[in-house]
Design a protein around this ligand. Sequence first.
Ligand SMILES: *Cc1c(COP(=O)(O)O)cnc(C)c1O
Length: 401
Amino acid sequence: MSDDPDRDDEDDRSVDASGTFRFETRAIHAGQEPDPETGALMTPIHANTTYEQDAPGEHRGYEYSRTANPTRTDLEANLADLESGTHARCFASGMAAINTVLNLLESGDHVVAGDDVYGGTHRILTQVFEGYDVETTFVDTTDHEAVAEAMRPETELVWVETPTNPLMNVNDIEALSAIAHEGEALCAVDNTFATPYLQRPLELGADVVCQSLTKYLGGHSDTIGGALVVDGDGLDERLGFYQNSVGATPGPFDSFLVLRGTKTLPVRMDRHCENARELARWLEAHEAVDRVYYPGLESHPQHELASEQMDDFGGMLSFELDGTLEQGSTVVSETEVFTLAESLGGVESLIEQPAAMTHAAIPREERLAAGLSDGLIRVSVGIEHVDDMKADLQRAFDAAL
Ligand SMILES: *Cc1c(COP(=O)(O)O)cnc(C)c1O
């Protein structure tokens, strides 16, 4: 799937547990039998709250749609399969999924998390769960000694994201899972940027995988959703208890939209990766650009780890414009193929300036120390023609510099 010479052609995501079907086939068929009553190929949108019982307590698998809904069940079966897990639980947003992992904690417990985790994850840890006496230590998760040192007897969870936002740091899932397990903590991996097509944390030792379905899995910027996937019954039962008790579940229409998205995940991701690789190389050679952050470039500090851990390098990249905050703002305002917007993972290309948008709340000195320069620009590379993207950026550079 990749034309990059240092990529390994052996495709180890190829077969499922029964050893039969490859990822591309499972993306379309896993969890999606034709409707037994009508033969309809596509999972119906079960817009429905309650279910007839044959006798009190005797139902056909469904009682009430917060607890379970057939459209959601099919999506959960599909995602469990794609993430190489046994069970998936879907939520109304990625944050609702993350909240549910944190629901496993009790007051007095401790969390170790990456110092560049998603902003919403940082916020819920510091502004919600700290209030429940769950403390988090944020560390550089590429530094395994620092992670091991941050572990305490009361550490119950290690939270890992890879690649991270916006500098595309790559974290070693296998090594971090081992550190977590040594301390008898769970390891959770936010797999939103890579998707299961490129990276399957459960195969590398993680205990729970989190997805914002809003991004690549939905893939069309038209629905918000989240998912958790595990391998084994025990943890799934605990997560299911909180899924039902807290109740932040997705509706059937949202579940349907994500199911529609997962079918084309492999072909979309192949094009996202191909375009991002081409654009990263073009930017790296461009005189207006100081530095490009993309795990697929040999200049990326963790390129080797990314090559081992991921099947390809994804559609997200950042670059440092050789210019001021204002010039960066002009670039992101001038582009037409790249829409100025937060979020990522849809078929359309998006562009944003962390220093003025997603990371504007961080004081400038602190922001610069974290490697987020004024001229840093992040793009979600879509599946439009890459030549149109280059021409668009060139026009914006000419207008700004
Ligand atoms: C968007 C995102 C989330 C949160 O998901 P929502 O669906 O917006 O709630 C979590 N993690 C990462 C890496 C994300 O990009």
